[in-house]
Ligand binder design. Structure first.
Ligand code: UT7
Length: 360
């Protein structure tokens, strides 16, 4: 029987930091409100293209697996903030890293984009259709932010992460997954005025705004992620006590606490980095997985549980069994183009645009 071992991992965080205090310089909010409601202290703002982050994360993951880009036969890239609709971003990554043997697919399922990709990639390896797959997840969400909306703008940040999957005969990688979608509530998270359902003749076309029903999403996120965790444990015959670490989607610290309580897992077994990066959508899980490895939180043979929830409203959970190796085989010197601006300087024209004009 074939499995899809995770043999490489990497993250890319843009250097510009936007703190809660920075946000108070242009919107009616406070560090106290943001910290107590979400646990977020700061987030990163991208100064380049989304694909630049994806390329660096991919190169770091490839180096960790000690593979050449030409070894990869498929790239799955989860994001809703692609450089362009055409060409797709997975193609940009394929070209930039020289993965000339790889098919290249973008997956748009928002925050669950990485987990969906991991599930699809794992099963394509299990069937023998592919042998070495790069799964990337990330977001340049600050680009799609309405900076006049304090209820949304404080929550998100930019980042990207990637893993390499390789066919293995050892029982390892994603052992079970359950993914789904609560499309009855699809408009609880909606980015408006962008896309072919919006009239190009409208003055508001391309003026980004959000429908965001925070409390509804919160309740559904806790319920769907915890049920999906219970389901994947049942699939594998394992219990909560067998799980060594939970690496969940990082949207809100309160959601993570509620998830731990509902699944019955010790809070200390839940990996948290939402305070540093905010919600980076499809980027949260691969970045958190990389940091969990860097911090020695994952040992050989560990069971790692993950869960996600996002626009769609898409959800999922997966149970991974870690392989023998928790250290990268080599390191990449790939890096982003230099950034000579602060986060507030990068955002200044966007903040001006959104705070000076509200939609009709
Ligand atoms: O990755 C996709 C999944 N996304 C999520 O899972 C997000 C889920 N939702 C949440 O995390 C929380 O619902 C939020 C953090 C978004 C909001 O927390 P909340 O405790 O549900 O707050 P709320 O929406 O009930 O807002 C309470 C108050 C409101 O004022 P009034 O109407 O009670 O006077 C808001 O206007 O807080 C106000 N408010 C703010 N105040 C200061 C909203 N945003 C802010 C802000 N600063 N940034």
């Amino acid at each position: 029987m074939l499995y899809a071992e995770i043999t490489g991992w990497g993250k890319c965080l843009p250097p510009a930091v936007l703190s809660n205090e920075d946000l108070t310089t242009f919107m009616d909010t406070s560090d106290e409100w943001i910290t107590s409601r979400t646990g977020i202290k700061e987030r990163r703002i991208c100064h380049c293209n989304f694909s630049d982050m994806a390329i660096v994360a991919a190169q770091r993951a490839l180096a960790a697996a000690d593979l050449e880009a030409t070894d990869i036969d498929l790239i799955l890239l989860g994001s809703l903030t692609n450089d362009s609709y055409c060409p797709n971003t997975a193609s940009l990554v394929q070209d930039a890293i020289g993965a000339t043997n790889a098919a290249s697919i973008d997956i748009n399922s928002a925050c669950t984009g990485f987990l969906y990709g991991l599930h699809i990639g794992t099963n394509l390896i299990k069937t023998g259709a592919h042998k070495k797959i790069l799964v990337i997840g990330g977001e340049f969400i600050s680009h799609y932010m309405n900076w006049a909306r304090r209820d949304v703008a404080v929550l998100f940040g930019d980042a990207c992460g990637a893993v390499v999957l390789e066919a293995s005969e050892k029982e390892t990688g994603l052992l079970a997954a359950k993914i789904g979608c609560e499309a009855d509530a699809k408009y609880a998270i909606q980015i408006t005025n962008l896309g072919s359902s919006y009239s190009r003749l409208s003055e508001d076309f391309l003026y980004i705004d959000w429908n965001f029903e925070g409390q509804e999403v919160f309740k559904r996120a806790v319920k769907a992620m915890s049920q999906a965790c219970v389901d994947v444990l049942a699939q594998t015959g394992l219990s909560v006590a067998d799980v060594n670490l939970v690496v969940p989607h990082q949207a809100n610290k309160r959601i993570l606490d509620a998830l731990a309580k509902r699944v019955g897992i010790d809070e200390n077994k839940v990996f948290v980095n939402v305070h540093k990066y905010g919600n980076t959508s499809a980027g949260t899980i691969p970045v958190a997985l990389t940091e969990a490895l860097e911090e020695g939180r994952i040992a050989a043979g560990d069971y790692v549980l993950s869960a996600s929830f996002g626009a769609g409203l898409t959800w999922g959970a997966g149970l991974m069994k870690w392989g023998e190796r928790t250290q990268p085989l080599s390191l990449s010197d790939a890096t982003l183009p230099p950034c000579d601006k602060t986060a507030l300087e990068i955002l200044a024209p966007h903040i001006k645009r959104y705070t000076e004009r509200q939609p009709a």
